[in-house]
Write a protein that binds this ligand. Structure first.
Ligand SMILES: Cc1cc2nc3c(=O)[nH]c(=O)nc-3n(C[C@H](O)[C@H](O)[C@H](O)COP(=O)(O)OP(=O)(O)OC[C@H]3O[C@@H](n4cnc5c(N)ncnc54)[C@H](O)[C@@H]3O)c2cc1C
Length: 286
């Protein structure tokens, strides 16, 4: 095993340009338990000293979250709790406290797990990721980031430096729910984050991000079209279920069955839409 610990971002990018096979190492909570353990003789690039990649800042249009920002920092950050409560909730639902103290948002995305907890909120909020190499940087909408199971559009020589999240308008409904075998420290069977702005018949924004119902985290586009396209209030449950079935591809595995996942996904959609299906319901945040 060899280990490189550049002192700053320029040094890190120069090293990656020279050796694009270096594996970026952030919190290590996936790398240390995965198949690519140090014993496998891989070469690692520690990001630990790149302090410029840590922290949350406000931008003109939203919130920028540095790649190395941990779940603990995200889960209690005042900007995230105020403007992006579904992301704060997903960070707080990621593993236990010890994991949250090390696990980074970029690591959660780059690991590419379809069951990761934070991708649904990033999909719902319409986040973008910034990828940087020695040649420059590019912004990629997060909804286009995962090409297939455990695959991303990140190229050799690039690292993910920042996640940019637009702030939804006041009055938006922010929803997050993770369903696992127990309330904490479980890999999700299904999770959903939703951002809903407007009301039936005049929606401004309808976005549902799911985990654990397809080979990659997915944005439920057909479901959103069914909801925004209906000019007579919300579609009924049967119509919603048909639309949802076109977006998700759940399967049986060690944690659950495809059928259970389908039912739970539909229940979560109903729960996200509850303020508009219950008379007098409120537009509450997650
Ligand atoms: C006991 C345990 C419980 C867990 N529970 C949960 C859970 O409940 N929910 C959940 O979603 N996850 C869970 N995880 C998985 C893990 O903690 C998260 O995915 C975490 O966010 C990974 O971040 P990290 O910084 O530790 O990534 P690392 O392990 O350092 O890296 C993960 C991957 O991302 C790459 N990478 C990291 N940073 C960058 C970057 N800036 N640019 C390019 N590539 C990068 C690495 O090369 C590697 O491929 C758990 C893990 C453990 C061990």
């Amino acid at each position: 095993m060899s280990w490189h610990a550049p002192r700053n971002l320029d040094e890190a990018l120069a090293l990656l340009a020279e050796r694009p096979g270096l594996v970026p190492f952030a919190g290590g909570t996936d790398l240390m338990v995965g198949r690519q353990t140090p014993a496998c003789g891989r070469q690692y690039l520690s990001l630990a000293r790149l302090t410029v990649l840590r922290g949350v800042r406000e931008t003109a249009s939203g919130v920028a979250i540095g790649a190395l920002t941990t779940m603990t920092e995200i889960g209690c950050h005042p900007y995230v709790c105020r403007d992006l409560p579904a992301l704060a909730a997903s960070a707080r639902a990621t593993g236990a406290i010890a994991i949250q103290n090390r696990a980074t948002l970029a690591g959660n995305i780059m690991n590419g797990s379809p069951a990761a907890d934070n991708p649904p909120a990033l999909l719902a909020y319409g986040a973008e990721v910034v990828l940087m190499s020695a040649a420059g940087s590019r912004r990629v909408p997060y909804e286009d980031f995962h090409g297939g199971y455990k695959q991303t559009v990140c190229r050799p020589g690039e690292i993910l430096t920042e996640i940019l999240v637009p702030v939804p308008p006041p009055g938006a409904r922010h929803y997050f729910r993770k369903v696992g075998a127990r309330r904490a420290q479980a890999i999700s069977k299904v999770s959903l984050a939703a951002l809903l702005v407007g009301r039936p018949g005049s929606w401004e924004c309808v976005r549902f991000g799911f985990a654990s119902v397809a080979p990659i985290p997915i944005l439920a586009r057909t479901l959103a079209v069914a909801i925004t396209g209906s000019d007579r209030g919300l579609p009924d449950d049967a119509e919603l279920a048909i639309a949802l079935s076109r977006d998700i591809m759940p399967r049986d595995d060690i944690r659950s069955t495809a059928d259970y996942r389908r039912r739970v996904a539909m229940n979560l959609v109903r729960e996200a839409l509850a303020p508009w299906t219950r008379q007098g319901g409120s537009n509450a945040s997650a």
